[in-house]
Design a protein around this ligand. Structure first.
Ligand SMILES: [Zn+2]
Length: 182
């Protein structure tokens, strides 16, 4: 008997508390309309299939929305508690395959969920601002350019960099504005 058979984690999680968690994080100052930003919002019953998913109506723009409207969690067939658990297991650095095993899902489902969760979390982060001296990691000279410096000179260094950048989207930028004194 494997661990998931022994403990069905998602069955132990309270859906109502998951929705409360989303509300608390999404609207720490109180519910506001995702369309117009107004805080003049009234509750408008619950979702028909998810009884803890609160619906709202905006008095300013008459728009309707619910706890998950406009989030990566909207419009998916997985219950919210599965998303919350997925996020938790991601935080423990589990692989997609391990998460799939824990939650009894397919690897491709989990792949999609973790991608969306990462995207959803990333858009909340403030845009990175580079200041001071900036270093680019893992720069390398494209083999073709090595033997043909004239073409590189003709095309200009920026063209070479543009080509390199396309192939190396994973290039990491490092902020060095506060360098260690080491
Ligand atoms: Zn509104």
């Amino acid at each position: 008997m494997t661990a998931p058979d022994l403990v069905d984690l998602s069955a132990l999680i309270d859906d109502a508390k998951c929705f409360a968690l989303v509300r608390r994080h999404r609207w720490p100052e109180g519910v506001c309309c995702p369309a117009c930003g107004s805080g003049s919002v009234v509750r408008d019953g619950f979702d028909e299939t998810q009884p803890h998913r609160q619906r709202y109506r905006c008095k300013a723009c008459a728009g309707r929305f619910d706890d998950l409207t406009g989030t990566v969690l909207a419009g998916h067939h997985q219950p919210l508690r599965v998303w919350v658990l997925c996020l938790y297991l991601m935080g423990l650095n589990l692989s997609n395959r391990q998460i799939a095993q824990e939650l009894g899902l397919s690897g491709s489902d989990v792949q999609l969920m973790t991608e969306q969760l990462r995207h959803g979390l990333a858009v909340k982060l403030p845009a990175v601002r580079l200041e001071g001296e900036v270093e680019i990691d893992e720069v390398y000279v494209v083999a073709g350019h090595k033997g043909n410096p004239a073409a590189v000179a003709k095309g200009g260094a920026s063209a070479a960099v543009a080509g390199w950048r396309e192939r190396r989207v994973a290039a990491r930028w490092r902020r060095t504005s506060r360098r260690s004194s080491a």
